[in-house]
Design a binder for this molecule. Structure first.
Ligand code: CU
Length: 138
């Protein structure tokens, strides 16, 4: 009886571990709220090779403060969000200190952000998954 019970616990632990790994690979969305001072604050973590959340939803014509922190590591990363048609053109080199990017989206739509670092002939970080989408809503 005892052995059977232990075997059952082992299976449960394995299932939980599998579930955790799966959750980490899922796409994450963050919908910004407008703070009392009228700013939408967003925090993004970047690393090799991801941004999380990788889908950020903000309101049009409301200032955004996007704080980008980098996971510790030796590989250099940046974040680029260029959508001049929506009044957005920000770039930051990611380092030990978090970078704060400020912009006010003036147009609704979906705009990509990504890291454009690339080593020699290898795939760019963007191609490896270091990218996300800013969705600007009404
Ligand atoms: Cu990168």
């Amino acid at each position: 009886m005892r052995l059977v019970r232990h075997a059952g616990t082992g299976v449960l632990v394995l299932l939980l571990l599998a579930g955790g790994v799966h959750a980490a690979a899922e796409k994450k969305e963050f919908v910004a709220k407008v703070d009392p001072d009228g700013v939408q604050r967003v925090e993004v973590l970047g690393g090799s090779y991801f941004f999380t959340p990788d889908r950020v939803v903000v309101k049009v014509n409301v200032p955004v403060e996007m704080k980008v922190t980098m996971e510790s590591g030796v590989i250099p990363h940046n974040i680029i969000l260029k959508a001049p048609e929506a009044g957005i053109d920000v770039t930051a080199e990611l380092g030990r200190d978090p970078q704060v990017m400020r912009f006010t989206p003036t147009k609704t739509g979906e705009f990509p952000f990504y890291c454009d670092k690339k080593l020699l002939f290898f795939e760019s970080h963007r191609e490896k998954g270091m990218r996300g989408t800013l969705e600007v809503r009404e």
